[in-house]
Write a protein that binds this ligand. Structure first.
Ligand code: SF4
Length: 302
């Protein structure tokens, strides 16, 4: 059916292993947007969450973009409402607005540049030294960038519920039992978790790190779906997910990401819905800051 319809399945690293295995392409937010902007398919099935499908639609407006479950949202994107964000920008004039890709289309339309966790630091560093910045919506990623760059930044107070929930106590307990394991952490995690990290990076950077590093085991502080890809790339290494503060299960999974199933992917390709539709004016305004990000990233070799 995929071949008949000239469709492509793009999946995020936080999807379940079975989905990652049938996808045409698996990547982080930056890689998914790059792929959405450059493929010859007529239909994109975005196996991830809504802001990712919206980004694909913004970059490929002539294609049909399908999201297998329209309720696959994101706590971080939803923490930043357009009317509140517009007020925030108006109250802090003269600042360049950098928004994380984990935002809804309306927020992107209010922004000057978009970034992902792969390129956030280098995008901020690419701006002139005295340029004042508004960063939204993730306060942990924002603080991480602020510490790395020392820029004048005002940061929106949003969070991803998955990355906020990692238990430092459980992490240190895992480390005590696995002394040789390196702690690898996503920058959306809170400061106390980032402070004990051996490595901090985006999902793609974390995967690369485990490929090139010579340790045999890793304690992984990001959504547990990424471990599928890490295991595929490193058969002889061990990966331990960090448990959340309050959970009866052993790992942290994003309930929005996990709404997507193989059955829903099949059904949405069969019915060609739910389809992502974005108002033209919003789409055109949201496109500019994403294109600016892709251009900066290309120049910097990302
Ligand atoms: S892991 Fe967090 S940031 Fe990513 S989709 Fe889920 S809620 Fe949003």
């Amino acid at each position: 059916m995929k071949a008949e319809k000239n469709a492509i399945i793009l999946a995020h690293y936080y999807q379940t292993g079975d989905i990652q295995d049938i996808a045409d392409f698996v990547g982080d937010s930056l890689e998914l947007s790059q792929k959405a902007a450059s493929n010859s398919a007529d239909i994109i099935v975005l196996s991830g969450v809504k802001f990712m499908a919206e980004t694909a639609k913004i970059l490929a407006p002539d294609k049909k973009v399908l999201l297998p479950d329209i309720y696959a949202g994101c706590s971080l994107a939803d923490s930043c409402k357009p009317e509140d964000f517009k007020k925030f920008i108006d109250e802090n004039p003269g600042r360049t607005v950098i928004s994380y890709v984990n935002t809804n289309a309306e927020i992107k339309a209010l922004s000057d540049i978009i970034c992902t966790s792969s390129n956030a630091v280098s995008i901020v560093e690419s701006l002139p030294g005295d340029e004042k910045i508004i960063f939204a919506p993730d306060r942990n990623l924002g603080n991480y960038i602020l510490n790395r760059t020392g820029k004048d930044m005002i940061i929106w107070n949003g969070t991803c519920y998955v990355h906020e929930e990692f238990s430092l106590e459980a992490l240190l307990e895992l480390k005590k039992k696995n002394k040789d394991a390196k702690i690898i952490v996503h920058p959306e995690c809170e400061l106390q978790v980032r402070m004990v990290a051996d490595f901090i990076g985006s999902t793609a950077a974390m995967i690369d790190f485990t490929k090139n590093d010579n340790s045999k085991s890793y304690i992984v502080a990001t959504e547990a779906g990424i471990i599928h890809q890490m295991k595929k790339e490193n058969h002889d290494k061990k990966f331990l997910p960090v448990p959340p503060v309050d959970s009866t299960c052993g790992c942290s999974e994003c309930r929005f990401m996990k709404l997507i199933t193989i059955e829903k992917i099949y059904k949405c390709l069969l019915d060609e819905k739910p389809e992502i539709i974005i108002e033209k004016d919003i789409l055109l305004k949201a496109r500019k800051p994403i294109i600016r990000m892709l251009e900066i990233s290309e120049k910097q070799g990302f």
